[in-house]
Design a protein around this ligand. Sequence first.
Ligand code: UD1
Length: 357
Amino acid sequence: MKIVHVVGARPNFVKVAPVMAALAEKKLGDQILLHTGQHYDPTMSEVFFRQLDIPEPDINLDVGSNSHAQQTAQIMMRFEKVVFTHSPDLVLVYGDVNSTVAAALVCAKLLVPVGHVEAGLRSFDRSMPEEINRLLTDQISSLLFTPSKDGNENLINENIAKEKIHFVGNVMIDTLIRLLPRTKDIECFPGIKNERYGVVTLHRPSNVDEVNYLGRIIDVLDDISKELPLIFPIHPRTRKQLTKIGIQPTGNRLKLLDPLGYLDFLSLQYNATVLITDSGGIQEEATYLGIPCLTLRENTERSVTVDVGTNIIIGKDLERLVQEVKKILGGNAKRGKIPDLWDGKAAMRIADILCSL
Ligand code: UD1
């Protein structure tokens, strides 16, 4: 069996690592790793390959950043040639980024089977590009690997045949479980582990593209940082916006950093008092680690993190954000449990399913 894995953006790398390792362990034919180049800064890409023990990509499409249409189209045009050259038996795509849907569309037209890892998640908010990517990718995939049971329900409600759907658990958590022991000796900030602190990440267009709103968020974070130091590794998209409007945080307790590698960030999360984020993956990691997570989005596709885990949806209610941080500091944080099959074995379940085909 010849399998091509398509990855392009930071969260994809965390997901592909355990799947490649599991398929290698099962000796399941030839694996080809293709990087679309959607993320290209070393801090967004290279460092993940190194720290997660992912082999160098066999192919890099070098598409870089562009409008959605141009980025998706470029990936499709370049990936189609790869499919012609390599004739894979299966293409595995990950998550919900533009690289995911672009590769899936190419395969659907060429009748190459696609497996979608992290299928079935829905925010029911079509104003988010990721929701469009999820809906389309799931409709045209032959194998759908879901991280939580709500994923199965969503797919069945969209009339996807039951036989295609496999509840395998969360591959991102596979990586976390494997690498958490390696973070023990990391000290991102001298002395910070002995102090309470929060971690912030923001990169969604709904939070960062409108600069006045981004400015309001920064003001509120500045206020919170008077009670609780905040560490904020900044995504390039957000950095651009902050530079554009010349926003400087006023206090030195709101610490703005460049994006961190996987191990440094995991270590920061593990020791944090609260995570304030709009990322999907961090909502899941917080739930697994049992750390309170306040999500600056109106909804989440990862409903299990709210229903079972530590996540609270804040939306744009920044006053509520302040109140929830106060609650946490007062010892009244939301407690959660670990969702089913978030046990470090999701990738091995995928490998077992592929072996049985
Ligand atoms: C993408 C995904 C998003 C995911 C996120 C994780 C889509 C539609 N969005 O968002 O779902 O949560 O990745 O990080 O696929 N940039 C750089 N260097 C890089 C990458 C990006 O400077 O290595 C800048 C560019 O200005 C670019 C902007 O960030 O225009 C946005 O990058 P893009 O890949 O389009 O989307 P993300 O916001 O990273």
